[in-house]
Design a protein around this ligand. Structure first.
Ligand code: GLY
Length: 407
């Protein structure tokens, strides 16, 4: 764990301006910002806030980056990850995907860590007639959004990815759907924060709740801070429980996902895939070292993170039907994580208007990695008292509060 920071270094030009946080200054014992949650979202917000000149404390119940961020596959696939009716989520995802190249470059430049951002493109494979029709609908949405897409015959798809099963019915090529390595992103963010003199990271802090004074939020656990960012993923509702009596709801629930990591059984084997392959119920994500991520289940099982025989059976059945040669790979890891789901699958981002001092960066459901850059920008802007263009009603932190629902 890094040592306590000297305060005030790295103070940015916008520090202390606007309607938002006034940075407390060198002599104050309080951090300017407490961030609860050291997943990709919390770390990215902390990084941005520190770069804006804030003194930041990040608190994490377990090890940093060890929850959903450790399990995530890292697809940057806004269209495929939103349902057809989820237009606001789609727009947010497209916006964040556009921010990823600069975010990755900045992080790499700051730390020297390669975050695994690769412009691979994606094949969306149809293995039956229903999936082929779904692909027609997805192609129409992509065309409407101006996102490049090509419909491929099975033979064309197999020329691009020879490991695809001969039985596939066709595919879409989405050349703009890329990938990043979430574990490398966490490593880079941690390197950036640990090197920053005004950031403190406290891991293994246990289950913490927000400190409150009426509806105002004054910190987390024992830590008092000028502003508090709730970025606790699936644990966010419990952390915000003290605010329920003040009409503030953070309705985030755990949605379990099981994944397999596979790697070549013998040294020197060519990689199974060149690019991400998606299909109706899952995906295969190749990494440069030959590892392939096979995911993922979607389960409402509370906080259970056991890997089950049924989960593995479903994943391996998909593998057999989509890329049968993958069954020859060795199993490197089985893992389960908890997506932070909201009632509309869209995150809660920014300053909460009814809970002074509270900023939300949670509820990212399937899109935590995709949405990291826009989350960092929206929340850091809120901390400065500014507004990022992506902030708005679709991500409004108060939209599930009883007062908003009744209005
Ligand atoms: N974003 C992939 C998943 O949630 O499984």
């Amino acid at each position: 764990m890094p040592g306590r920071a000297a305060v005030g270094a790295g103070r940015g030009p916008r520090a202390g301006r606007g309607r938002g946080l006034r940075w407390t200054g060198v002599s104050s014992p309080l951090p300017d910002v407490a961030v609860l949650g050291a997943g990709v979202a919390g770390l990215a917000v902390a990084w941005r806030a520190a770069r804006d000149g804030a003194r930041v404390v990040v608190l994490e119940r377990g090890a940093a980056g060890a929850a959903a961020s450790h399990v995530a596959a890292g697809m940057l696939a806004p269209v495929a990850e939103a349902d057809a009716g989820e237009r606001a989520l789609l727009a947010l995802g497209l916006d964040s995907a556009r921010r990823w190249p600069a975010f990755a470059r900045e992080l790499q430049d700051a730390t020297g860590v390669d975050v695994g951002y690769r412009e691979t493109g994606t094949l969306v494979v149809a293995r039956d007639r229903d999936a082929a029709e779904a692909n027609v609908r997805e192609a129409a949405i992509r065309a409407e959004l101006g996102a490049p897409v090509a419909s491929l015959l099975p033979s064309q798809a197999r020329r691009m990815e020879p490991a695809l099963a001969p039985t596939i019915r066709g595919a879409l090529h989405a050349p703009d759907d890329h990938v990043v390595d979430p574990r490398a992103v966490v490593a880079a963010l941690l390197a950036a924060l640990r090197a920053h003199p005004a950031v403190e990271l406290r891991e293994h802090a246990g289950d913490l709740v927000l400190r409150t004074d009426g509806a105002a939020v004054t910190g987390v656990g024992e830590v008092r801070a000028g502003a508090t960012v709730l970025a606790a993923g699936a644990w966010s509702a419990a952390a915000a429980a003290p605010l329920r009596d003040h009409g503030v709801r953070v309705p985030v629930r755990p949605v379990k996902g099981q994944l397999l990591r596979l790697h070549p059984a013998r040294a020197g084997e060519p990689p199974l895939l060149q690019r991400v392959v998606r299909f109706d119920s899952g995906y295969l994500v190749p990494r440069e070292d030959g590892t392939v991520i096979l995911g993922a289940t979607m389960e409402e099982q509370g906080f259970d993170t056991q890997v089950t025989a049924l989960g593995l059976h479903e994943l391996l059945r998909d593998l057999h039907e989509v890329v049968p040669g993958g069954l020859e790979l060795a199993v490197a890891e089985t893992v389960a994580g908890l997506r932070p789901g909201t009632p509309d699958n869209t995150p809660l981002l920014g300053a909460h208007p009814h809970a002074p001092g509270l900023h939300l960066a949670t509820g990212h459901h399937r899109g935590g990695v995709l949405l990291a850059p826009v989350t960092a920008d929206v929340v850091a802007a809120g901390l400065r008292g500014a507004t990022d263009p992506a902030a708005g009603p679709a991500v409004a932190p108060e939209r599930f509060d009883p007062a908003s629902v009744a209005a």
